[in-house]
Design a protein around this ligand. Structure first.
Ligand SMILES: [Zn+2]
Length: 100
């Protein structure tokens, strides 16, 4: 939908874009929904156990049928941490892959 500027379900071309999609919070504006809210900050003994939210979502919404997609951004700080439920699956076959 983001690339084609067209709804993949009904081919509608009127699309709402809600940047930094938010969820209800203590303030009236709410808080941006993070991609990973529970990633521990790397290093530093004073930050041990503190969570650093990573990333945000832009929501693309078809005005005709309501179909919606979430597109993540600002995810460069994500860390592979299977114990915390965050995994990077990289199936690329470029020079860094298993077929060197
Ligand atoms: Zn649609």
């Amino acid at each position: 939908m983001k690339r084609t500027q067209r709804c993949p379900k009904c081919t509608g071309q009127r699309l709402w874009v809600i940047e930094k999609f938010r969820v209800p919070g203590e303030s009236a504006e709410g808080v941006p929904l993070p991609v990973v809210p529970h990633q521990e900050r790397a290093g530093g003994r004073f930050t041990l156990g503190r969570a650093t939210p990573q990333g945000s979502f832009n929501l693309w919404l078809c005005a005709a049928c309501g179909y919606s997609e979430l597109w993540a951004e600002d995810v460069a700080g994500l860390r592979h941490d299977p114990a915390a439920g965050v995994r990077l699956v990289d199936s690329g076959t470029d020079a860094g892959g298993p077929f060197r």
